[in-house]
Design a protein around this ligand. Structure first.
Ligand code: BTN
Length: 243
């Protein structure tokens, strides 16, 4: 056991998010329990996409959190804290060109080094559990063609890493960040300071229509605010980035 809570290694599992959520539902998880998989056979990405990674090469880990214990009140706040922890971790190992791409992707230059998928369990109005699933590319060097913008720490630094040691460290870091009890304003400010393409012109697509706009910031509600002739606001899933 680490000070952050249990850290369990699974040889192979469909998805650590599914596994962690089941453990929570079965009363077998506490705030901070984490499951790490050497192999995921059905890894899940955001918006129903698959998350496919090579066996033994990367971080695939899910943390069970009791949001009340971390004094987290909104889903965006949790997403931002998780992204900030992953950002700090990646910056430490991969250098200064890391950014957080809205809402919680980890980018190095214009390439994706990691992603986060948060799944929640509510009981009535009470937010009972959040499962924070983190996938970070560590030692993988060849990615599927459709993941043409993926990048790993190995590709960034030329070095190999111990994935389990790194996952334990990241687990501790996420729990530390949650325990810091920063105000929502402080979290949002830190998040926006690390935001990918802030104040830059980007091309987005909504309902099949492409348009150019400047990234202004992300709001306290987690909406992306952009500005061109007018100010616009988007929810996650409403717009697609064209990189
Ligand atoms: C994304 O960027 O689309 C989110 C990717 C999240 C992947 C991680 S790997 C560990 C955990 N288990 C899953 O099935 N998904 C998350």
């Amino acid at each position: 056991m680490t000070s952050a809570g249990f850290f369990t290694i699974l040889d192979t599992v469909d998805s650590t998010n599914n596994y962690a959520m089941q453990q929570a539902q079965d009363g077998l998880a506490n705030h901070g329990s984490a499951w790490f998989a050497i192999e995921q056979t059905s890894g899940k990405g955001q918006r129903g996409k698959k998350w496919a990674t090579e066996k033994g090469k990367n971080i695939a880990m899910s943390l069970v959190l009791a949001p009340g214990k971390a004094k987290i009140t909104t889903q965006f706040q949790l997403s931002a804290v998780a992204a900030l922890a992953c950002f700090e971790f990646l910056k430490h190992y991969g250098g200064d060109e890391m950014k957080i791409k809205w809402p919680n992707d980890l980018f190095w230059r214009d390439r994706k080094a990691g992603g986060i998928l948060i799944e929640n369990k509510f009981q009535g109005k009470a937010w009972k559990w959040a499962v924070v699933g983190i996938g970070i590319n560590i030692n993988q060097q060849v990615f599927n063609k459709e993941l043409s913008n993926a990048v790993s720490l190995k590709q960034i630094t030329g070095k190999n890493f111990d994935t389990i040691a790194l996952a334990k460290e990241l687990h501790e870091l996420v729990m530390k960040k949650l325990a810091e009890g920063r105000t929502s304003g402080e979290i949002l400010q830190q998040y926006n300071e690390r935001l990918y393409k802030i104040n830059e012109l980007v091309t987005l697509r909504k309902n099949g229509v492409k348009f150019d706009t400047h990234i202004k910031e992300v709001s306290a509600q987690g909406r992306l605010i952009t500005i061109d002739a007018i100010e616009r606001e988007f929810d996650f899933g409403e717009v697609e980035w064209l990189l």
